[in-house]
Structures are given as C-alpha cells and as structure tokens.
Ligand binder design. Structure first.
Ligand SMILES: Cc1cc2nc3c(=O)[nH]c(=O)nc-3n(C[C@H](O)[C@H](O)[C@H](O)COP(=O)(O)OP(=O)(O)OC[C@H]3O[C@@H](n4cnc5c(N)ncnc54)[C@H](O)[C@@H]3O)c2cc1C
Length: 391
C-alpha cells in the first residue's frame, strides 16, 4: 500500500538537512551576485557543524529510500539551489554511469564528478538529432570524437563528462552512444561559461571536441552494436531521467517552499491569520491566494513522492516522472510569482531572497526536457501513441 509516513529517524534526518540548508542560505546572495566565483568545496561552517543524526546507508530493500531522497533534495534546495555546506560528489553523468555503466566503469569512474553533455547548437528537445560524432579507429583501439556541446551543467567543475555522440548518423537514435571523457584529454576543451538569469552558483559550460581520442573501453555500457530495434544504449541512458526528472522537480519545489515559508512569515508579521478552516469568501485576499499557492505546492510534491515511490517498488515510472516535471515546472513559477504578488515591493527587493528564488526556479521547466516535451511523453503514455505517431 502506498504510504508516505516517515519514521522518527527519517524526520530527524530531514530536520538535519534543513539545519544545514539554513547555513548554506547565508551564502546564497553572495554567489548569486558573483557569478562564476564558485562556492568552495567546503563552506567555513562545515568544520564546526555537527549533524544531529548520522545518515543511514541506503538499503536496496527499503522501498522508502527514493521518497526520502526526494525529500532530502527538497530540504537542501530550500536552503539554496547550489550552495552546499559540502559539495555533492556527482552530477547527471554519475546517474547515467549508475544506470548504464559496466561494473568496471562504475568502479573506475564512480568517484568522479561527471557532467552530462547531450545538448548541441542544433539539438535540444530531440536528443536523437545529436551530431557529435564518434568514429572507431580499429588500429589504435580508440574512439575519435568531434562536435560541440552547449549548456552543460557542471561543465567547468566536473572532472569528467558523459558525452552523447553518434557512431552512425544514418541510424538515428540507434546510432547514439555515450562516452566517458575525462578533463585533460587532448582535444577536449571548455570554451565558454554561460551568464544566467538564475542558478548562478551552478556553472553551465560549452564544450568542444576536436579529434578527441579516448580508449575504446570508454564507451558507456560497452555495447558497440547499432541495433535498429530497442536502440539499446540510447534507451538505457534515457532511463536515467526516470529518477532525475523527479529530482529536478524536487529541487524546484524546495525553492518554492522557501518562498512560501518566507511569505507566511511576512503575512503573520503583518497580522494576517492563515485560517485553513475559514470559508474562502471570508478570507482576506492575500491569505486566500497564499492558501491556493500552498495547495499547488502540496499537489506537486505528491507527484514527486509517487514517482519516487514507484521507483522504490521497482515499478515503471516513466510517465509519472514526466508528470512531476511538467507539474512542478509550472507550479514553482506560479508559486514564486504569486508570493511576489502577495508581498509587493518586498518580493522584488534584493534585500530578500524571494526575487532570486523566482529566477532560480525558472530552470525547472527547461532542463532535462521542457514542459512541452514532458507533456508529449505523458500524452503518449496515456493515449498509447508511439513516438512517431505523436511528436
Ligand atoms: C541552465 C541550463 C542547464 C542545462 N544543463 C544541461 C546539461 O547538463 N546537459 C545537457 O545536455 N543539456 C543541458 N541543458 C539544455 C537543456 O536540456 C535544453 O535547453 C532543453 O532540453 C531544451 O532544448 P533547446 O534549448 O535546444 O530548445 P528547443 O529544443 O530548440 O525548443 C525550443 C522550444 O520549443 C519547444 N519544443 C521543442 N520541440 C517541441 C515539440 N515536439 N512539441 C512542442 N514543443 C516543442 C520546447 O519546449 C521549447 O519551448 C541546460 C540548459 C540550461 C538553460
């Protein structure tokens, strides 16, 4: 039976996450205003801060772990989107490695921080249009990669990148494979850092590959065959998104919750009572609006918990993952914008973080598939259409 009740220990762990998040929030404005001055691996508070509870090791038998992990992500982003007391080890490329790497690759690269590079100047929403090429040199047993990747999160700070490239341009998605490329490999260069609207403490880079040679065994998953049916490697790596899309939704919702908490405090300070039992018509307008935004938040959060719960039960969650992103992508924008509507000038003042949260949460609806793309996936799932029938 579906059950999102948390144990006492889980509650303590999440309280610890919030405590840590509050310390990180102190640095949020600094790294927002000083883009490209990245947070250090450890903030000064890290040495003196003692977590209230030692975090338990995830157990594969414990189906509540994905749910806890989503709540943890929300708690951390409630502090700040990118600033952490200790830097997380790992990026989207690490998720791809876990989902599709061979045991040897997981051992060898598991400790690295891996970005994931799919998007190119001519390819975003439809990853099957990847043009970066990978050609096998049988004499040297090396892949030679050429192409350009844009908007790569952690492209500067990662130690390696999982790069999507085609080994056969005539084969469409079946020809697409992913390759592990470490920083420092000749022919692989970070050429540009983006300046962004929000999430400025997160680096976003352009990468160029010019006759970049890597050993043959750096093909993720090791399968070199180009299968027309099933599109092996491509489908494998796409599965990565079934957990990362709920995670992206959870990040945005953490920010939205921070905005709601701030707004509640301000309303209460101004003498408004948030009375959930009162009839809507009797509520002052700011309170009625606030309660509506909170309900939107709760609905979105439930979509994330359900997708995570399905993953914990080892049940398919492809469509539900897209529901989390589609719903949260819109909800977090409405919530942060709505909080600004309620608070007026205070909402846009840089004295507070609310205006930053509005900017930071905008990305929820863009990366790892825009809202429109998630809606296409949901429609295909509900109506049983193939990709070719509904695109
Ligand atoms: C800050 C940031 C970080 C990012 N990090 C990464 C990363 O780490 N790795 C990576 O590979 N990429 C990353 N991206 C890229 C991101 O995934 C793409 O921007 C996104 O997938 C959209 O692709 P696009 O920008 O090429 O837009 P396009 O595909 O050109 O789409 C433009 C618009 O058309 C809509 N659209 C497209 N196709 C359809 C359709 N069939 N039906 C209806 N509407 C459609 C889209 O929803 C969008 O609104 C990042 C982007 C940003 C901004």
């Amino acid at each position: 039976m579906i059950d999102f009740n948390l144990s006492e220990n889980d509650e303590k762990i999440l309280a610890g996450v919030r405590e840590e998040a509050l310390l990180c929030r102190k640095y949020a404005r600094h790294y927002d205003e000083n883009e490209h001055e990245f947070p250090p691996d450890e903030l000064p508070e890290a040495s003196s801060w003692k977590p209230s509870v030692k975090r338990g090791e995830p157990s594969p038998e414990d189906s509540s772990m994905p749910v806890m992990s989503m709540l943890g992500i929300m708690g951390r982003h409630w502090g700040d989107y990118s600033v952490r007391l200790r830097q997380d080890r790992g990026g989207l490329g690490n998720a791809a490695l876990s989902a599709s790497g061979t045991p040897e690759q997981k051992t060898r690269w598991g400790g690295e921080v891996l970005a994931m590079a799919i998007t190119e100047p001519g390819c975003g929403s439809d990853p099957s249009r990847v043009q970066t090429s990978a050609v096998l040199d049988e004499e040297t047993d090396e892949w030679i990669l050429n192409g350009e990747k844009i908007f790569v999160t952690t492209g500067c700070r990662s130690t390696g990148v999982v790069v999507w490239a085609t080994v056969d341009k005539t084969a469409g998605r079946a020809g697409i494979k992913s390759f592990l490329i470490m920083k420092g490999t000749p022919g692989f260069e970070v050429v540009h850092k983006e300046k962004k609207l929000g999430i400025r403490a997160d680096d976003t880079a352009t990468l160029v590959l010019r006759d970049c040679r890597i050993p043959r065994d750096q093909l993720l998953g090791g399968d070199e065959t180009v299968k027309q049916k099933g599109s092996g490697g491509f489908r494998g790596v796409m599965k990565t998104f079934n957990m990362t899309r709920p995670a992206v939704a959870a990040m945005g919702l953490g920010i939205a919750e921070a905005a709601l908490d701030f707004t509640r405090e301000q309303l209460e300070e101004a003498g408004f009572e948030i009375d959930y039992a009162a009839a809507t018509a009797s509520l002052p307008a700011p309170v009625a609006k606030f309660i509506e935004l909170e309900a939107l938040f709760e609905a979105s959060k439930l979509t994330v918990l359900r997708a995570a719960w399905l993953a914990g039960e080892a049940r398919p969650n492809n469509m539900e993952s897209s529901v989390t992103k589609a719903h949260a992508g819109t909800a977090v924008r409405r919530i942060t914008q709505g909080c600004i509507d309620i608070l007026g000038p205070m909402g846009i003042s840089r004295e507070h973080l609310l205006e930053k949260w509005l900017r930071d949460c905008r990305i929820t609806d863009i990366y790892e598939g825009t809202g429109q793309i998630q809606r296409l996936i949901i429609a295909r799932g509900l109506l049983d259409y193939t990709r070719a029938e509904l695109k």
